[in-house]
Design a protein. Structure first.
Length: 184
């Protein structure tokens, strides 16, 4: 996830996505991070939501985690949480036929799938065909005062905890394309 490059004789190290996120977080806490339809989510709320999901998936560090969801703020939150635990994100597009999705899950060795409640029926069909675990619905986030207070008090500890897990030789995501064959 890190990249080194030379400018003249100076060795420059780029930041990984989590380092970049945290370098911008503190100065932008009250600014809007995500706008989707009528929903606006601030950087502070993005941090709180992503940490709520991290708590649910923390034991899956460095595994491949699929996200079966429509594009929404919670879709982005899931990707951020996956990166925070140094796992690998695998997009699972809801409109993909079940057999193709099972093939992708198996080829990528996806162990965990995050999804939305609206895909409950699809999840039930997939459960019998693959060994991935479906552990959470991405629609179930709430901001409560305890989460807000805890996150704001512990931000530097949280940042260090997530940054220490990131290794530059790990991947960030697995993306399937089918080309003309139609097979991922």
């Amino acid at each position: 996830m890190h990249t080194n490059y030379l400018i003249g004789e100076k060795n420059i190290q780029e930041k990984n996505i989590i380092e970049e996120y945290y370098s911008n977080l503190y100065e932008n806490l009250e600014k809007i991070a995500i706008v989707y339809n009528e929903v606006e989510i601030s950087f502070r709320d993005l941090e709180i939501y992503s940490n709520q999901l991290v708590e649910k998936i923390r034991e899956y560090t460095e595994m491949k985690i699929g996200v079966l969801a429509e594009r929404s703020p919670f879709f982005l939150i899931s990707i951020l949480a996956i990166f925070k635990i140094n796992a690998i994100y695998v997009p699972l597009i809801p409109s993909v036929p079940d057999d193709r999705m099972v093939n992708m899950i198996q080829q990528a060795d996806v162990r965990v799938i995050l999804t939305q409640e609206k895909f409950y029926d699809k999840v039930q069909k997939l459960k019998g065909k693959c060994s991935a675990m479906f552990i959470t619905y991405l629609d179930n986030f709430e901001l409560n005062q305890n989460d807000v207070t805890s996150t704001l008090c512990n931000m530097s500890k949280i940042e260090d905890k997530y940054n220490n897990r990131i290794h530059e030789d790990n991947g960030a995501y697995i993306l399937f394309t089918s080309g003309t064959s139609g097979v991922p």
